[in-house]
Design a protein around this ligand. Structure first.
Ligand SMILES: NC(=O)N[C@@H](CC(=O)O)C(=O)O
Ligand SMILES: [Zn+2]
Ligand SMILES: [Zn+2]
Length: 429
C-alpha cells in the first residue's frame, strides 16, 4: 500500500503541518517531516478535516439505478469530501430485511470510494403498519444502527414508541421524517403568503413541529435515542432546544439546502426546488443557522435525493420532491456558516464528521487528525470559488438546486483509510 506525505496542510484551519499516512493510518502530524519513500501531496493553504460523514443519502440502488447507483453516489460523496454515507432505506425493494441491507453494504464495499452504511426501514415496506426485522438488520454484516422510514413519517405514535423501545436494545436510533401526513395532503411548498399567491397547496410548519414535539416526549418516556431528519423550521429548533435542556436523547440534522435557500425559489415554478420538507422562510433559515452554530442541531445531513429527468422536469405538481446535495454540501456550509463567522473549522468537523459518526455509531470515522487514527480525511481549498454546473457532477442525476450559483470551497483530496478517492479535485476511479 502506498504511503502519502501531505505537505503543509492546516488541520482544522490551524498551523501548517505535514501529515504522514502509512498503512492506512495517520503515522505522524507535525514537521516538516522527511519524505522517506512516501508519495508527496502538496497541500499549502489547504484545510485538513476528518472525512465527512453523511447521515442522510439516497443512493437509489436497488430499483432506480437510472437515477443513481451505489457507485455513482459513492463517487459524488468522495468528491464532496465524504468518507462515509448512510444510505436511506426507501429503495425498491425497500431495505427492510437483512438481505437487502447486506446487498447495499456489499455494493458499497465493491465500489470502494466511501463506506456505504445502510439504514434499515422501521416498518415493513415503509408502510407504517408493522415493525421490520430490526434485530436481524442490526446483527447482519451491514451492522445497521440507524433505522428510518424516510420519505414517510412513522405517523402512528404507538408504532413509533415500539420502534424506539426496540432500537434502544440494539444501541440504535430511529431517524424520523417528521411530517404529520394529515396536515400535508397534496402539499407542494411551504404554507404561507407565497403558497397562497402562487396557488400551490401549503405544507405548514406545524406538520413538522407537531411530530417532533410528540416524538421527543415519547423518546424521553422510553429513554431511547431519537434523530430528527432534515429539520426545516424555527419552531422545530425551539422544540429541540427545549428537549435537549430536559436531557432527552435527541439529535437533529439540517440539510445544506435548508441553510441556503428559501421558498422564494418556488416563484420560478422550477421543480428543481421542490423538496420535502419544503424550503421555508428567511426567518427559518436564520434559526437553522443559529441552531447549527450553537449545537442544538447536531449535524448537516445532505438528503442527497437524485431523481431522473422524467421525474423532475415536469410541472411542479407532478415532479418528485428532492434535490442533490453531496457534491456541494461543504461549499454551502462554508458559504452560510464559515464565511459569516458562525462556525470555525473545528465546528465544521464536529457537525459534518464527529457528531454524525457518533450518532451512527461508526468506528473509524469522525476521529481526530492524530497519529494512530485511521487516515479518513479531506483536504479543502477554502477560498477557491466555482460555479456549479450540473452536467459536470458525478451523480447520475442532474437535479442540483445550485446550478449556475458560485460557491466557495473546493475539495482537493479525500482519503479513505489511507487510499485517495479524490486527488487534484478529481475522482481517482
Ligand atoms: N427529501 C425529498 O424530498 N425526497 C426524498 C425523501 C425524503 O427525504 O423525505 C427522496 O427519497 O427523494
Ligand atoms: Zn425525509
Ligand atoms: Zn431523505
Amino acid at each position: 500500500m502506498t504511503n502519502y506525505l501531505i505537505k503543509g496542510a492546516k488541520p482544522y484551519g490551524g498551523e501548517s503541518v505535514d501529515i504522514l499516512i502509512e498503512d492506512g493510518r495517520i503515522a505522524a502530524v507535525g514537521g516538516p517531516l522527511p519524505t522517506t519513500g512516501a508519495e508527496v501531496v502538496e497541500a499549502a493553504g489547504l484545510v485538513a478535516l476528518p472525512g465527512l460523514v453523511d447521515l442522510h443519502t439516497h443512493l437509489r440502488e436497488p430499483g432506480r439505478e437510472d437515477a443513481e447507483t451505489v457507485e455513482t453516489g459513492s463517487r459524488a460523496a468522495a468528491l464532496g469530501g465524504f468518507t462515509a454515507v448512510h444510505a436511506m432505506a426507501n429503495t425498491d425493494p425497500v431495505a427492510d430485511t437483512a438481505g437487502v441491507v447486506e446487498q447495499v453494504w456489499r455494493l458499497g464495499q465493491e465500489a470502494g470510494l466511501v463506506d456505504v452504511v445502510p439504514v434499515g426501514a422501521v416498518t415493513v415496506g415503509l408502510k407504517g403498519e408493522r415493525l421490520a426485522e430490526l434485530g436481524a438488520m442490526a446483527d447482519s454484516a451491514a451492522r445497521v444502527r440507524v433505522f428510518s422510514d424516510d420519505g414517510h413519517c412513522v405517523a402512528d405514535p404507538a408504532l413509533m414508541r415500539r420502534a424506539l423501545e426496540y432500537v434502544k436494545a440494539l444501541d440504535g436510533v430511529v431517524a424520523q421524517h417528521a411530517e404529520e401526513p394529515r396536515l400535508t395532503v397534496g402539499a407542494q411548498m411551504h404554507e404561507g403568503d407565497r403558497s397562497a399567491r402562487l396557488g400551490l397547496t401549503g405544507w405548514p410548519a406545524a406538520a413538522e413541529e407537531a411530530i417532533i414535539a410528540r416524538d421527543v416526549l415519547i423518546a424521553e418516556h422510553v429513554g431511547a435515542r431519537l434523530h430528527v431528519c432534515h429539520v426545516s423550521t424555527a419552531g422545530s429548533v425551539e422544540i429541540l432546544r427545549w428537549a435537549k435542556s430536559r436531557g432527552v436523547q435527541v439529535t437533529a440534522e439540517v440539510t445544506p439546502h435548508h441553510l441556503l435557500l428559501t421558498d422564494a425559489c418556488a416563484e420560478s415554478y422550477d421543480p428543481v426546488f421542490k423538496v420535502n420538507p419544503p424550503l421555508r422562510t428567511d426567518a427559518d433559515v436564520e434559526a437553522l443557522r443559529a441552531g447549527l452554530a450553537d449545537g442544538t442541531i447536531d449535524a448537516v445531513g445532505t438528503d442527497h435525493a437524485p431523481h431522473a429527468v422524467e421525474d423532475k422536469e415536469s410541472e411542479w405538481a407532478e415532479a418528485r420532491p428532492g434535490m442533490l446535495g453531496l457534491e456541494q454540501a461543504l461549499s454551502v456550509v462554508i458559504e452560510t456558516m464559515v464565511e459569516p463567522g458562525r462556525l470555525d473549522w473545528t465546528g465544521v468537523a464536529d457537525r459534518m464528521s464527529v457528531r454524525p459518526a457518533a450518532i451512527g455509531r461508526l468506528d473509524g470515522h469522525g476521529r481526530p487528525l492524530a497519529p494512530g487514527e485511521p487516515a479518513n480525511l479531506v483536504l479543502v481549498d477554502p477560498v477557491a470559488r466555482a460555479t456549479v454546473d450540473p452536467a459536470a457532477l458525478a451523480s447520475r442525476s442532474r437535479n442540483s438546486p445550485y446550478a449556475g450559483r458560485e460557491l466557495p470551497g473546493r475539495v482537493v483530496a479525500t482519503f479513505l483509510r489511507g487510499t485517495p478517492t479524490v486527488l487534484d479535485g478529481k475522482a481517482v476511479r
